[in-house]
Design a protein around this ligand. Sequence first.
Ligand code: C2O
Ligand code: CU
Length: 488
Amino acid sequence: FVLVLLVVIGGCASWIYVDAAVSTVGRTDFHNELAVPPLAESRIEPDGTRLFELDMRTGSREFRPGQATETWGFNGDYLGPTLRARRGEQVRVHVRNGLPEASTVHWHGMHLPAAMDGGPHQMVEAGATWTPQWTVDQPAATLWYHPHPHGATEDHVRRGLAGMFLLDDDLTETLPLPRNYGVDDLPVIVQDVTFRGARFEDTHRIFREVGFLGEQTMVNGTLAPYREVGDELIRLRLLNASTARVYTFGFDDARAFSLVGTDGGLLDRPATLHELPLSPGERAEIVVRMRPGERTVLRSNKLDAGLGFWTQRFNGGDDTFDLLELRAAATLRPSPALPATLAPASTPDGRDSVTERRFELDLSGINGQPMAMDRIDFAVTRGSTETWIVHNRDGMPHNFHIHDVQFRVLAVGDEAPPAHLTGPKDTVFLAPDETVRLAVRFDGPADPDTPYMYHCHLLWHEDLGMMGQFVVVEPGGAAGRPQHRHGH
Ligand code: C2O
Ligand code: CU
């Protein structure tokens, strides 16, 4: 009887959601100028280190006139400044936690020692300061930072704690790509929100097993944003900073655009696309050509990701959004043509892979086990390349993120990866039943006691325990015991 009842209730709810697919397409009055996060100030210490200050704090912001919403942010009320550093530089960050509870700051996509990673073992208590430092040693890329406290990541990110971390190198300083920050090179941090009165809704709707799905979107914390642009070519650094929602980026007139970079840096050459899917945590750099005086809208189309009929509806795959209107000036500064080649491949091709590992993803965890802070799942050898085979074995969307590395997607199912998965990646989407094959190289310093994470970046799933831990050891070494500064 209970089963029958559940089926009946489930059926009714399903129909409610069929009617309730969310769409803002064609209905958006773009009346707010897009905010661009400021570049973070930094200073050079006597030893040459670039020092940043990040303050995690509570605040409030009027996203809508007259309605002050309580928020969290870095160095401000909502989101955070854009950190920027150059390959080869040593960086140090004073992270001060002015929140009423413990949190962490994780440098998503950064190659760095595990103790600097800002994962759940580097908790910063309320009122405390944490000072990680490392040397930037990876290609130019669009990375980001956000909290990572075990069990509360969705909540902390959703309240507004996220920002970009851009890396530059010799190549990106000479390549003719748009790179005037805030002018022809724009950060596009996409989040979905629902307001209940002045407040952010923070509860999950029933049957939304992916976690929180908002009814409208913001870019850089701006609702219904527009941006005036004055150059022929505009580079958009897209970051899906939503906690659960997958977007399919495209333009309202279905124009082609050039994909130049993925999570961990530039592609070998630009790829022409009309649509680009990004799941939570993923980034892409695209370049779009503007014509004088025109307006075009960046939007998210329906997700076509092999989701079943009901999954599509329960998990928001039917939803569509107008994200950002670009308004071109009547005359535009000419931009140089995009280069035919961009960056040499920086990820392993897998031919020297020494180990193959399998990861089965479902809501119960990874390989059937939920995350445990004191369990290191395996050790990898410093300097080695491995093949990781990741399979989504349940009926809902997941993705897979690995700390410390940028990997190469060797295959999706039996196919070669599509263009948007050919560059350096640290996060990859998995539709139900999908399998991806990854080549991953571990160059980090060995630290048998401090784990890096791998997990689903749908943050509710991560909080539920779809996460595991690995350590990097010297050849012949073994995993030690997790050391964390503060228990959780
Ligand atoms: Cu962006 Cu482990 O996270
Ligand atoms: Cu998941």
